[in-house]
Ligand binder design. Structure first.
Ligand code: ZN
Length: 423
């Protein structure tokens, strides 16, 4: 395998530092800055300042590229894509409640959260606060890694048949924060961010599992962590960008928020974020709009999102003949009904990248009688016209508050992305 700086321990540390999409961007940005990347501001002209190492953040989304020192405007892009968000429980607008003489917080599921997995966990809070900054709106990130919330299960003796309960997303996922009357939750969170009560006027606040990521198993071959979907790709893609040798093409990392809720926002994969960054990059290098279209046509996007490893207790839920092994290497995802964007050319491109990286390749097909999930690949392909292949790394328990993957898959996945970026 080619040399890579990616490791399972490194992914665990990345995840623990990044409880929200905004924190994923901050964690990635810190690594990029340490490697000499400079942040560009979307609200200002970029002309003349797009070659070299640059990145831009739009909310919980981030795009970075290494333009090198060759200022030709017609170099194709090699893009590794991923998403920064993960399913979780988020704070409602009027969160403060009392029920059964307890102080509770009203929460709402975000994305396809596997609700049962959020019960009986000590939860922290993170996200961003928008506040009154002398009459203008500014925002601050907040990360509270303390056990402040808990959604307790119903006792088994109180369930109707002792076989489990159906969880209603409206009634059954509010969290307990204490017993006595407490100050409003938003004021309490604002104080933790150094903001006086009443200054916070908007928020995107979410819960996270506080148990640290760790290697588990008798031989420590597995990584137990939250948010592997899809911080596994954010981390592997970041290490790939930082490790990749510079070729004739421009390597780019594109990480999008809001994938878990359909990608339809100003910063989601269905937005204009990627296509406008690409156009401003080409025109900023002196290229024409004609040359911008030529660059898009010659570019390639590896859309990374986690893949379903074959579950040992449910092998019948998987397509026969397509076992996806934990520790078996990166996964190519193909769906005839285009839930994934992969086509023959993309399949071959990624298979070649795996060969160059010296890692095995696994091929995933979803059972035809089960609904297949989708990801950012078909959306960015539709939006940009850039050739796209959907890939991932194998994991179990996708969308659980606590997920599981093979430690060996982290460096193999990053090495494959690195080989792709190097062209
Ligand atoms: Zn995902």
């Amino acid at each position: 395998m080619i040399a890579t700086s990616a490791s399972a321990e490194g992914l665990g540390a990345f995840i623990d530092a990044s409880p929200s999409p905004f924190h994923v961007c901050a964690t990635v940005a810190a690594e990029l800055e340490a490697a000499g990347y400079v942040r560009l501001d979307e609200t200002r002209p970029w002309a003349g300042d797009v070659d070299g190492r640059r990145y831009v953040i739009r909310g919980g989304s981030l795009i970075a590229w290494d333009g090198g020192d060759c200022a030709s405007p017609v170099r194709p892009l090699r893009i590794v894509g991923g998403h920064t968000d993960s399913p979780n429980l988020r704070v409602k607008q009027h969160p403060d409640r009392r029920s059964a003489d307890l102080a509770t917080v009203a929460l709402e599921p975000y994305g396809g959260a596997w609700l049962n997995s959020w019960l009986d966990r000590d939860l922290g809070l993170s996200g961003r606060l928008a506040y009154d900054d002398d009459g203008a709106v500014s925002y601050a990130l907040v990360q509270i890694d303390e056990p402040v919330l808990r959604v307790p299960q119903l006792a088994i003796h109180l369930s109707e048949d002792r076989k489990g309960v159906h969880l209603d997303p409206q009634r059954h996922v509010d969290a307990i924060r204490g017993v006595a009357d407490a100050e409003p939750l938003i004021d309490w969170v604002a104080a933790r961010a150094g903001l006086a009560p009443g200054r916070v006027l908007g928020w995107e606040l979410m819960t996270h599992d506080l148990a640290p990521s760790q290697l588990i198993g008798t031989d420590r071959e597995l990584l137990s962590a939250p948010r592997l979907d899809n911080q596994g790709t954010c981390y592997a893609g970041l290490r790939a960008l930082l490790d990749a040798e510079r070729g004739a093409q421009i390597p780019m990392l594109a990480l999008f928020d809001h994938e878990e809720v359909g990608s339809g926002s100003e910063r989601g994969a269905a937005s204009d974020f990627l296509v406008t960054v690409c156009e401003r990059l080409v025109t900023g290098l002196g290229g024409s709009r004609e040359e911008f279209f030529a660059v898009l046509a010659a570019s390639f996007h590896v859309s990374g999102d986690m893949a379903h490893a074959t579950h040992p207790n449910y092998p019948d839920r998987h397509e026969p003949g397509h076992r996806i092994a934990v520790g078996g290497g990166p996964v190519l995802k193909v769906n005839q009904n285009l839930r994934y964007a992969s086509d023959a050319i993309g399949e071959a491109e990624f298979a070649l990248a795996c060969r160059r990286a010296g890692v095995p390749l696994q091929r995933y097909v979803h059972r035809a009688d089960l609904p297949c999930g989708s990801t950012i690949g078909p959306l960015t392909a539709t939006r940009t016209g850039v050739r796209t292949v959907d890939v991932g790394a194998p994991q179990l328990a996708m969308h659980s508050a606590r997920e599981l993957m093979g430690a060996a898959d982290v460096p193999m996945y990053s090495a494959a992305l690195q080989a792709f970026l190097a062209g």
